[in-house]
Write a protein that binds this ligand. Sequence first.
Ligand code: G3P
Ligand code: CA
Length: 279
Amino acid sequence: MTYGQQPGNAYRTRATLDPVAAVAYSESVTVPWMRIAHRGASGTAPEHTRAAFARALDLDVDMIELDVQLTRDGHLVVLHDEGLERTTNGHGAVREHTLSEIKTLDAGIWFGPQFMGERVLTLSEVLELVGSAARLNVEVKAPCADWPALAPQLIDTLERYQALESTIISCFQPEALLVVREYSNRARLGLLWQNATFDDAWRWVDVLAAVSIHPLWLFVTVNMVRAARARALQVLTWTVNDIGIMKHLVEQGVDGIISDFPERLRVAQGMTGPFGNQS
Ligand code: G3P
Ligand code: CA
C-alpha cells in the first residue's frame, strides 16, 4: 500500500485532507511517534514470552506493552488473562497459584510446537531482558482485590530496575491507577479508554495527573488528539495491525501505536513523513 491510501480504499493526499486534518497532519510529521509492541511481538510469537519480547527487541521497538497479574504469593507475573487456560497448559485463576506453580507451566506450545518450553515471566525477568533497549508500558490487569498488594509491588519493582521514570503504568480502571498513585508521585500513569466520548477521561487524567491517554484506535480523531495535547498528554493508541490504519492514525497526530506486528509499524513509519518515502 502506498502513502495516501486509506482503509476503505479512499485515496487521500495531504492536499485533499480537510483543513483541520491537514493542520494535524503537518503537526504530526514533526513529532516522532513510538512503535509499541503489544504483549511483545505477539503476532509472531506467543504473547508475553521471552520469544515475543526478544523478537520485539530485534525489531528495535521504542516501547513494549505488557499486562501484569499477581500470584497468590505476591509476585508480579506477565499475563493478560486472570485465568491460565488460554495461554498456558495450566488451569484456574492466576491469583490462586504460587509463582513456583506457574513456573512449571508451558506458555508457548499453544501458539506453536516450536515454542514449547516457553515459561510465564515475572515482571523482573522482563525488566532484566529488556534493560534500557526499550521503554515499557505496564498494564494492570489484576482484579481489584489485588490492587492494594499489586501497587507497592509494581512501584518497588520498577524502582529496583530504575525504570519508574521510563515506564507508563496503564489501566482501563482509573480507580486502580489511583491506588498506584497513592504509592508514588513519580509514577507515570496512562488511562486506557474505549469510549467514543472523552469527557470522563479528561476528568480522570486530571485527578490522576496522568501523562498519557490510550484510546481504542477507532475513537482517535484530530479533535481528540488536540484535546489531549492541550492537557500535555501523549496519545498511545491500540491495537492496530493494519498498515493503512497505522498511517491514518499518524495523520491524526498520535504519539504511539501499539501493534501485535511491530514490523508493520516500521513499514508505516517509513511511509509517513512529509509525503513519506513512498510519495
Ligand atoms: O494497552 C492496550 C491494550 O493492550 C489493551 O487491551 O486487552 O490487549 O490488554 P488488551
Ligand atoms: Ca494490555
